[in-house]
Write a protein that binds this ligand. Structure first.
Ligand code: ADP
Length: 416
């Protein structure tokens, strides 16, 4: 029986889908969690828990000390564990991208340098150290050409990404993004932020697998909602893309080139890009698969779950080509405001919309909801399938309009 070591962050949406896929494939799972497994009883008694994924050296040592036997593969189910997974594979002498390469793709500043050095389309960018004082920041704010985007270095799901249209907004954005990064990344101070010029254009995302540096495309997604800021929460993804085949081929070539330049040669790839009359601008190329529950929209085209595809790929087994028979779309239901989630009405009405496949509310009653740019989660997901992309997209919007979320204003703690 083959075995796979899975890095399962407690906050991930996808743990269950990976465990179901492993079960289906008859693969033994060595579960490693970044928190207490009692929170997720399905992970089994043998799970190694409270492993700090964000301290890969320490975490790798703990895992290796507790490991009996060598797994056939190591996989991080989400971006939190990517560097740790790469380090474990290196130490266990398993094939995979090196920790340095994975680290490079997680770092938005390093990725910008890579694009610039190799003459790929890249916005003007700069690194902004945490030490810069208020006076220097004001001086910089006066010199910049607006609009710009201020970004945390290695957060995901648009967390800590804010557009600024003038000097005042810029200074506010820097303070805010710094605070977000400080809460979310233990190396926040050393990292500083990235500031780059705003790229106008439509946005797309590519889901693929790398085989010896060659991209096997699983899907190209259109993001039909304009993402102009000031915050960039994800909403709808639709596939197949409306782009002509030539543009789709160019996207694949650009992503493959960036992977090659970065040194990525195997495993899942999720890339995001903007297109305008100057060409294709890569926003990110990550060594992971699509986040949230969005991968479920590909099940039909793949003939199996995306998680099964990823496990097969990690174990060196054959993976089917995607054959899109119809259009598929997902909405990551955005959080409209900060507050305490109480519940939702209109689920049945939303489900009754033609082409809607499922509506999954993932927010837990009582949870504090944080909208973009502070949060990295959604209220839930709506899935639709139709003969054409426009009908699938429309179904999502209609279903969403039928959902009524109750979000209570947070009452600040008043300590006597
Ligand atoms: P994350 O990895 O958190 O998703 P990204 O760098 O991909 O961070 O940025 C998140 C979103 O912010 C992008 O999908 C895009 O909509 C927007 N964005 C980021 N950088 C720019 C930019 N330079 N110009 C325009 N939009 C941007």
């Amino acid at each position: 029986m083959k075995s796979i070591l899975l890095l399962l962050p407690v906050s991930s949406y996808r743990n269950e889908d990976f465990l179901i896929a492993a079960d289906k494939l008859g693969v033994q799972v060595i579960a490693v969690a970044d928190n207490c497994p009692q929170l997720a009883p399905g992970w089994g008694m043998g799970a190694l828990s409270a492993v700090p994924f964000d301290q890969p050296l320490l975490a790798a040592q703990t895992i290796l000390e507790n490991l009996s036997g060598k797994p056939n593969a190591v996989l991080a189910v989400d971006d939190h564990g990517l560097e740790l997974a790469a380090l474990l594979r290196e130490q266990l002498k398993l094939a995979g991208n090196s920790p340095a390469v994975v680290g490079l793709t997680r770092d938005k500043l390093a990725f910008r340098h890579l694009l610039q050095e190799h003459g790929m389309l890249c916005p003007d960018f700069m690194s902004l150290a945490d030490e810069i004082d208020a006076h220097e920041l004001e001086e910089l704010a006066r010199k910049l050409s607006y609009p710009v985007v201020v970004k945390a270095r290695r957060l995901s799901a648009s967390r800590g990404v804010v557009r600024a249209n003038n000097a005042m907004e810029f200074i506010g954005a820097v303070r805010w993004v710094r605070a977000i990064q400080a809460r979310a990344d233990r190396e926040s101070q050393e990292l500083g932020l990235v500031v780059e010029s705003f790229i106008a254009g439509r946005e797309y995302a590519l889901e693929a697998l790398l085989n010896d540096g060659k991209l096997q495309v699983l899907a190209l997604f259109d993001k039909p909602d304009p993402l102009n800021g000031p915050y960039f929460e994800e909403t709808i993804y639709v596939t197949p893309s409306h782009l002509p085949q030539t543009a789709q081929t160019q996207i694949t070539e650009q992503v493959e080139r960036a992977c090659c330049l970065a040194g990525l040669s195997t495993g899942p790839v999720h890339a995001e890009m903007r297109i305008n009359d100057r060409g294709i601008w890569l926003l990110e190329v990550a060594a992971r698969s699509i986040g949230g529950l969005c991968g479920r929209m590909l099940k039909h085209a793949l003939g199996m779950s995306l998680e099964e595809v990823l496990l097969r790929h990690a174990l060196g087994e054959a993976v089917p080509d995607a054959t899109a028979r119809n259009a598929s779309a997902v909405m990551m239901i955005p959080i409209p405001k900060r507050g305490i989630y109480q519940g939702v009405a209109g689920l049945n009405a939303a489900l009754a919309v033609t082409h809607v496949q499922s509506v999954l509310i993932t927010a837990e009653p009582g949870a504090l909801l944080l909208p973009a740019p502070e949060g990295a989660s959604y209220l839930g997901f709506i899935f639709a399938q139709a003969d054409d992309p426009a009908s699938a997209e429309l179904a999502l919007r209609q279903a969403h309009r039928r959902l009524v979320f109750e979000i209570q204003t947070e009452v600040p703690l008043a300590l006597a």
